[in-house]
Design a protein around this ligand. Structure first.
Ligand code: ADP
Ligand code: MG
Length: 392
């Protein structure tokens, strides 16, 4: 059963009647453009077929109640909280994600009252595929729908606006200083396309992405690794980039002309140079990937993905041994390109693989992990799926 159906069925079992509605939002893979979003740069994500679904109905007591259906079929409930009491720092644990969205929407003037939410998901959590944003985006759509502001209806807020509210929830309520990539991907991606998103302008363009036509596939390698310094590592890198931009006298690293990057690097302390080099070259790689896709030259994309990984590993230093092994073993077995995807320090890598060689790449990655004594990675192919929306 799809998450939407599971959420509806579990809601009916728990409450004795069907929910008022079911909304869902996908996880994402970022094809290329990593750690560029908070530097006002370019990203190129697509939505996964895996989704977080939320079944919802209003409650008359003004409280927000959230329950999540575990893989074991059991409901994990948290204590209901009065919506009017919500504020940064007041909720911890996973419930901070849905409750933060309710707070952000209310703060933005959306009439959020008491609500009963039941969540079901097939986005692996903590795998770097952005289950946290899929959850927040699905909740945002559910709360908007119940408030009579269904996204897509006349007079309702647009998806980019909803993405900024979700970002506000994550930054100010949950307390994670993330950029705009993940929310935008979950809300604005469409089936069969990658989304070329310019974070500064807020403009997105759908670029057709059909690798099967070239007898290729995108393989996700979930390393199942997660390293404890991922949050502090992310915040450190972000601060470093902001500091570098300040020293260079530009609003964001996006503003550094790639042609003049060496001159800019020369004006920076040694420890900031690799961060800037990554941000500038990564934006270039996004633009070159978009140009290659537009021209139907998929053969040029693989090396750009691998170049992105090298830059993230050596300059930005957000990779880890498991991600490097996933990339190296996939490339050695015939992948056209591979890179870590998402924030790093664990999570998933992607590889662009000729369909004919898919089985041998999968085998080679699995063998490499076993030989190194790592737990078995989760391997699956993905195609771009639809963005967030109402299911029922
Ligand atoms: P990612 O977003 O890459 O999956 P994160 O660490 O950012 O990794 O988010 C994972 C967290 O999101 C989980 O620890 C949990 O707090 C929350 N989460 C994700 N999916 C669910 C779910 N189905 N039910 C409850 N919480 C979830
Ligand atoms: Mg996340």
């Amino acid at each position: 059963m799809r998450p939407g159906q599971r959420a509806a069925a579990a809601f009916a079992a728990a409450h004795g009647h069907a929910p008022v509605g079911v909304w869902s939002a996908p996880g994402r893979v970022n094809l290329i453009g990593e750690h560029t979003d908070y530097n006002d740069g370019f990203v190129l994500p697509f939505a996964l077929p895996n989704r977080v679904a939320v079944a919802a109905e209003p409650r008359s007591d003004g409280r927000l109640s959230v329950a999540s259906l575990g893989d074991d079929g059991r409901l994990h409930r948290t204590e209901p909280v009065a919506v009017s009491d919500l504020g940064p720092g007041r909720v911890t644990g996973w419930a901070a994600y849905p409750m933060g969205v309710a707070w952000a929407l209310r703060t933005a003037g959306v009439p959020v009252g008491g609500v009963e939410l039941l969540i079901a998901s097939d986005v692996p959590a903590g795998a770097g595929l952005s289950s946290s944003h899929a959850l927040q985006c699905a909740v945002a759509l559910a709360l908007l729908g119940l408030a009579g502001r269904e996204v897509g209806a006349e007079g309702a807020p647009g998806r980019p606006e909803v993405a900024r509210w979700v970002q506000r929830s994550e930054n100010d309520f949950v307390g994670a200083p993330t950029g705009l990539l993940d929310q935008t991907a979950s809300l604005c991606c469409t089936a069969a396309h990658v989304l070329f998103f310019d974070v500064r302008s807020g403009c997105g363009e759908q670029i057709p992405f059909d690798v099967a036509a070239d007898e290729m596939a995108v393989l996700v390698i979930d390393t199942r690794a997660s390293h404890s310094h991922s949050e502090s590592g992310y915040a450190d890198r972000r601060r470093g980039c902001e500091h570098a931009a300040e020293l260079l006298g530009v609003p964001a690293l996006r503003d550094i002309d790639p042609a003049g990057v060496d001159e800019a690097l020369g004006r920076l302390p040694a420890e900031l140079r690799p961060l800037v080099r990554h941000a500038v070259t990564e934006n270039e790689r996004v633009l070159r990937t978009v140009a290659a896709l537009r021209a139907g030259r998929l053969d040029e994309v693989g090396p750009l993905l691998t170049g992105s990984h090298t830059s993230l590993r050596d300059d930005y230093r957000v990779s880890c041994p498991e991600l490097d092994l996933a990339v190296d073993s996939a490339l050695a077995a015939g992948a056209a390109g591979a890179r870590m995807t998402g924030g790093g320090f664990g999570g998933s890598a992607i590889a662009l693989v000729p369909t004919a060689g898919l089985a041998s790449v999968e085998r080679a990655v699995a063998v490499a992990f076993a030989e190194r004594g790592y737990g078995a990675p989760r391997l699956f192919t993905v195609v771009p799926a639809a963005g967030a929306g109402r299911e029922e």
